[in-house]
Ligand binder design. Structure first.
Ligand code: MN
Length: 258
């Protein structure tokens, strides 16, 4: 059997320490190719670039690994990887991250990290978005690495039954503080947001988004619970946002021209 082909991307940019840590784990499992943004793209969700040209530049950032930096969003990176960089090749696994900061619960909606992984899953590629609950540039990715290896091994050796995407979050802490892995659902939490208003040098107002993460879903089968209790959370996720129960309960709205 030939070595698996693993695409690695992220949203914090190709020079972020988190993607370096992910490449270091991924190269133990196969041929790694990196296509990642040339600038930070956090919070870009599933954005794509349609009115500007996209640039790809071959770079030497990771020893022994082919890498390209891209001027676009995380989803642009995955599209260019599939249609240009790895054209005519089968990608066996896409890894996105490791993000500097949580993508648990509702954060999956806004996350460039998870959208990149979701884009690969839309193309039928098994994919994993990975995040560490530490926003700092100096975040310590080492304690999570052996666990990430286990999850990658699982993904390469098993078929995901429904969707093809895993949302993995890693608690911040030492090697001994991580208790294990929990497969769970996303907690029903939300952001309560505010805009700070300021004045620029021309005395024009500007607004800066701030927010507080509020979780009132304290069930023990959620990602937030797992993370608060020292576990790595694994949420099998899907792009289909249909509310299937509502499709049934709203049948009265069905009409046809008579
Ligand atoms: Mn990010």
């Amino acid at each position: 059997m030939s070595k698996p082909l693993i695409l690695v991307t992220n949203d914090d940019g190709i020079v972020a320490p988190g993607i370096r840590a992910l490449v270091e784990v991924a190269i133990q499992f196969g041929e790694v190719v990196v296509v990642a943004p040339d600038s930070p793209q956090s919070g870009k969700g599933h954005a794509i670039t349609i009115h500007d040209p996209l640039r790809l530049k071959h770079v030497r950032v990771f020893p022994g690994v082919e890498a390209w930096e891209c001027s676009g969003t995380p989803v642009d990176c995955v599209k260019l990887a599939k249609h240009v960089v790895l054209k005519d090749r089968k990608i066996d696994l896409c890894l996105s991250g490791i993000n500097h900061g949580s993508n648990a619960s509702i954060n999956i909606i806004y996350s460039g990290t998870l959208s990149a992984a979701m884009e690969a899953s839309l193309e039928g590629v098994k994919s994993i978005g990975l995040s560490l609950l530490d926003y700092s540039f100096e975040a310590d990715f080492e304690p999570g690495k052996p666990w990430i290896s286990r999850i990658i091994r699982y993904a390469l050796n098993n078929n995901f039954p429904h969707g093809k995407l895993l949302n993995v979050n890693i608690p911040k802490g030492s090697v001994s503080s991580i208790k294990g892995i929990r497969v769970c659902r996303q907690a029903n939490a939300r952001w309560v947001e505010e805009f700070m208003e300021g004045r620029d040098p021309n005395n024009q107002p500007y607004y800066w988004l701030t927010g507080k993460f509020i979780n009132e879903d304290h069930a023990t089968d959620t990602d937030v619970w797992a993370l608060e209790n020292g576990y790595i959370s694994v949420v099998p996720s899907m792009h289909d946002l249909t509310d299937y129960a509502a499709v049934e309960s709203m049948r009265d709205l069905n009409q046809r021209l008579t």
